[in-house]
Design a protein around this ligand. Structure first.
Ligand code: ADP
Length: 294
């Protein structure tokens, strides 16, 4: 059966009654799926459910047709997970740390050394594999996080907000790495930053307020925003006021003022011109339409 993940009306309610995920239904096939949404949208909660760390409080999740709440081991054998709070043992080298995690994951000991080397190779850390993790940069630590998630050659790789705290260069590098890893795998990349998934995700799932607001291709999302994006140049001193009243997806300083892109039903000013939506505009428009904060 195809390595397919199906969510059927998945809901998650925290003790105390807060509904963090509400009736999410979608099917995912191999490739990169960008799970996008503002902070508090329910992404991490959903990632925990998909990685079998939490059971859905309503609905079900099927991996290759099997309910993961009933038979979590079927998925766990094929799952790699990089959580938001991934931490390393600073005193160990990357090689030692990955060997340790291989043992924890129950990988066959005779293959561990070779597999650790393969994973270090995939994430580009071979040259520094014997250095203490305490001396690694944020980006290097995240690559160790990916390496540990790859140890069991997962068919489902879940990565939660991987670029938080990384500088732009490290972020770009991380995005390339994930794109290379996709192939036959299903990679779910959760983020609140559009540019993290812009170049790589073939499919987007967008959440806000616990609900799925969009599922489809980036092109389909951009098509929805067609006719609702405007470009306008205004004097720099008016920018603060414009930000308070308009939905601005981007602002760039120019010689003659500030050029802004605005989403909305109507032109923000008579001299604003309609422009083709990009992904950032379309995302903002979707959140606006679904009544969510951006
Ligand atoms: P995201 O990952 O998109 O930022 P989360 O899944 O972390 O969203 O959070 C979704 C909602 O669930 C938020 O309103 C958050 O405050 C709430 N939440 C998260 N963790 C808990 C928890 N342990 N107990 C109660 N509410 C929680």
């Amino acid at each position: 059966m195809a390595s397919e993940l199906a969510l059927e009306s998945v809901g998650y309610r925290y003790r105390g009654g807060h509904d963090a995920v509400v009736g999410v239904g979608l099917t995912m096939a191999p490739g990169i799926v960008g799970l996008l949404g503002p902070n508090g949208a329910g992404k991490s909660t959903l990632m925990r459910v998909l990685s079998t760390l939490a059971k859905p409080t309503s609905g079900r999740v099927l991996w290759r047709g099997e309910d993961i709440a009933r038979t979590p081991d079927v998925l766990r054998r094929e799952l790699g997970y990089l959580s938001q709070d991934f931490g390393v043992y600073e005193a160990l080298s990357a090689r030692e740390f990955l060997a340790f995690l291989s043992a924890v994951k129950g990988l066959p000991s005779r293959t561990v050394a070779a597999r650790v080397d393969e994973c270090l190779e995939m994430v580009g850390l071979v040259d520094v594999a014997d250095r203490r993790l305490g001396g690694y940069s944020g980006g290097m630590r995240q690559r160790v996080g990916i390496a540990q998630a790859l140890l069991n050659d997962p068919k489902l790789l879940i990565v939660d907000e991987p670029t938080v705290g990384l500088d732009p260069e490290e972020r770009a590098r991380f995005r390339h790495l994930l794109a290379e890893l996709a192939g036959e795998r299903l990679v779910i990349l959760s983020t609140h930053i559009v540019s993290d998934i812009e170049a790589s995700a073939g499919t987007l799932a967008i959440m806000s307020g616990g609900q799925l607001r969009f599922h489809g291709t980036p092109e389909a999302l951009m098509a929805q925003a067609e006719g609702h994006v405007w470009q306008w140049t205004l004097p720099a001193e008016q920018l603060a006021e414009a930000r308070a009243t308009l939905r601005i997806s981007r602002a760039q300083r120019r010689a003659h003022g500030v050029e802004v892109r605005v989403v909305g039903d109507e032109a923000p000013a008579p001299d604003a011109i309609q422009v083709a939506p990009d992904l950032e505009d379309a995302y903002l428009w979707l959140l606006h339409r679904s009544g969510a904060q951006s």
